[in-house]
Design a protein. Structure first.
Length: 266
């Protein structure tokens, strides 16, 4: 894979992973629009791991509280950090189960530009509606276990390319009345176990394959994605502190609509 292609993939992933616009959808579109060969699952997951490190660095306080809370919980002393850790586990179970069933029984979800286009458009509109009608009065500390499960069930829809894991979980949180920054914060925390599990499995495959060139490509892409993701997260959280999801909704409508016009008229 050329260094130019690696840089493009890393930037696309880093910028889009935690924005509500679907990183997987954009990664599928890269080879479609550029004519390059599909970068493959290994590079996809490598750049996801880069973004994982970025979000862990950005949310280190939450991760620290959950770690301490879990240790205290094991000793019988439950605190907000332990509660948040349990909520993340509960919210992750649905997508793990659905993802396993989809891969095991149906061979995975088709990766096509048409699916990406419809999902980008449709779920972009849903995000806009939820953001407009949802109240902005609740924080993560107010979350109940049933609400965490509801957001986790919504995350299952992210198995459809173009839906956006970040987008659908933020949509669900906004529909429940969570502040925009809090919706984004919980969504990013939800991404940690999912990306970690996928990255671990592919990392083992890379180690066993002994493909030094592929491993080097994966490391370069992951490092670039880390830098891009850290900048993207900081900018998004700064924006949501004072404004709405409207720019992301407009982008999704324009991208989805443009892709559909291109696909059906080309």
């Amino acid at each position: 894979m050329s260094i130019e292609h690696l840089i493009l993939i890393a930037l696309v992933q880093g910028i889009t992973e935690f924005l509500p616009i679907s990183s997987s959808g954009h990664l599928i579109l890269v080879p479609t629009l550029t004519g390059e060969a599909d970068q493959g699952l290994v590079i996809d997951v490598a750049v996801h791991v880069g973004t994982l490190l970025a979000v862990c660095l950005y949310l280190w306080r939450d991760i620290g509280r959950m770690t301490i809370g879990t240790l205290n919980g094991l000793r019988g002393r439950r605190d907000p950090g332990f509660r948040l850790a349990l909520q993340l586990v509960l919210a992750t179970i649905p997508v793990v189960g659905a993802g396993y069933a989809l891969q095991h029984y149906f061979g995975g979800m088709p990766r096509s530009a048409e699916i990406v286009a419809w999902a980008t458009l449709g779920f972009g509109i849903v995000l806009g509606v939820a953001d407009r009608v949802g109240m902005t009065i609740r924080r993560i500390e107010h979350m109940r276990y049933g609400e965490a499960l509801f957001i986790g069930l919504a995350q299952v829809l992210a198995l459809i390319p173009g839906t956006s894991r970040s987008g659908i979980t933020m949509t669900a949180a906004r529909a429940l009345g969570y502040e925009r920054q809090e919706a984004a914060r919980f969504s990013m925390l939800m991404g940690i176990p999912t990306i970690l599990a996928a990255g671990t499995l592919i990392g083992l495959d890379l180690y066993e394959s002994g493909d030094a060139r592929l491993t080097a490509d994966a490391l370069i892409a992951g490092g670039l994605a880390f830098i891009a993701a850290l900048i993207s997260i900081a900018l998004m959280m700064g924006w949501l502190k004072r404004a709405s999801f409207l720019p992301f909704v407009v982008y999704r409508i324009l991208l989805g609509g443009g892709l559909l016009i291109w696909l059906y008229t080309a």
